[in-house]
Design a protein. Structure first.
Length: 96
């Protein structure tokens, strides 16, 4: 009988912690959504482009193979036509 009471107590504690944990996560998600909507509606801290992440490539990448010279998408690592590895970008800032 004593073991059953202890097990019931342990299960009850886990359920209570899970219950409050669930509502904590839901409250934090709602807080984030409401905060984002508030910032977007009242344009608080969102008008500056420097806060946005910069893509590592903004231009198309051309194949180095002289027989191919295919124009690939900016995020390509290999040429879509011939399969040759494309030149690695050392550093591309927000201005290209």
């Amino acid at each position: 009988m004593m073991m059953a009471d202890g097990m019931f107590g342990a299960i009850a504690i886990v359920m209570v912690v899970g219950f409050f944990g669930f509502f904590f996560v839901v409250a934090m998600a709602l807080f984030r959504v409401v905060g984002t909507l508030f910032r977007r509606l009242f344009m608080i801290g969102g008008g500056d482009d420097s806060a946005r992440p910069v893509s590592f490539a903004t231009r198309n990448v051309h194949c180095r193979n002289p027989q191919c010279r295919h124009t690939n998408i900016p995020t390509a690592r290999y040429c879509a036509r011939c399969g040759q590895r494309l030149a690695a970008l050392e550093h591309v800032d927000q201005h290209g």
